[in-house]
Ligand binder design. Structure first.
Ligand code: BG6
Length: 277
């Protein structure tokens, strides 16, 4: 455990051969960094704000129990709460667990008792996160969930995403219209904010620039593809126009409809990211 910016506690997880490592904050169970042979796979904004109550721009924010705007703060509250460290395993399959439960503040805005566990696993060339939701309330509750991963790219203007051909999506930058992806390879020429429905289930794994493979569990079969482009990046204090070419968000989640989880029940959703070379 070590101290990251402004007093936030962080953990570093290294695989057995020492070739890969992950840094995760207890704040938000937020993965800040994943390196393989010293190459950084994730993007973290140089203007990111590290303050309690604020979301961190970059890495992997956890979106729960609400994706996007709604009655709760944007993208829910899991990304702005401090999680507790659970079991760690430093053998061959390196892993850590982080936990978050309801408290006075969450009950005020979302009146349900819950326990969340995130398990992070690291191996030579892959990394996974699994979210377990336990309903500890006396009634059913509903949520959406998503891993909001920011990937580093050489240049968004030459970035290529494949694996979504023929998948239906909601185009948030074109009045929320429903469209079908006709391109084998998605390229970026402007602001992009799309929710691909059942992207993970119906198609091949998602590939970023032919070497980063992203796979969601069958319970997390939507893929959000996001880049704010120049104007919006300029307008965001924690991004800036110099940063928009440097990342793409490929977000695995269950966001198209809500998960309905009965009392005492568990729900699991996960993503696995693998480097193919
Ligand atoms: C994406 C949404 O998942 O997150 C976008 O589809 C949103 O609409 C983006 O702008 C960033 O959200 P935030 O709250 O982290 O700025």
């Amino acid at each position: 455990e070590f101290e990251y910016k402004t007093g936030l506690s962080a953990l570093r997880l290294t695989n057995s051969s020492g070739s890969a490592s992950v840094e995760v904050l207890l704040y938000g169970a937020h993965v800040l960094s994943w390196t393989v042979h010293n190459k950084q796979i994730l993007f973290l904004s140089d203007k990111a704000i590290f303050e309690r109550g604020k979301a961190i721009r970059g890495g992997i924010p956890i979106v729960w129990p609400q994706f996007g705007p709604g009655p709760l703060p944007q993208h829910g509250f899991a990304r702005v709460k401090t999680w507790q460290l659970g079991k760690t395993n430093t053998n061959d399959d390196v892993s850590i667990e982080l936990h978050l439960s309801h408290d006075e503040d969450t009950l005020k805005i979302w009146p349900h008792k819950f326990n969340l566990t995130i398990t992070i696993r690291l191996s030579e060339k892959s990394f996974s996160q699994e979210l377990t939701v336990h309903n500890q309330d006396d009634q059913t509750f509903e949520f959406t969930a998503l891993f909001h991963t920011y990937f580093t790219v050489d240049n968004i203007k030459t970035t290529k995403i494949s694996g979504l051909n023929n998948v239906t999506y909601m185009d948030k930058v074109d009045e929320g219209k429903t469209k079908t992806e006709t391109n084998k390879v998605i390229e970026f020429t402007g602001e992009t904010d799309r929710v691909y429905k059942d992207g993970g289930k119906n198609s091949n794994p998602i590939l970023i620039d032919d070497y980063i493979q992203v796979i969601g569990s069958s319970t997390m079969s939507e893929i959000v593809v996001w880049n704010p482009w120049e104007e919006k990046a300029k307008g965001a204090v924690d991004i800036g126009e110099h940063n928009f070419p440097k990342f793409v968000c490929i977000e695995v989640g269950h966001v198209n409809d809500a998960v309905k989880l009965d009392k005492d029940q568990l729900w699991k959703g996960s993503q696995e990211i693998t480097l193919l070379k």
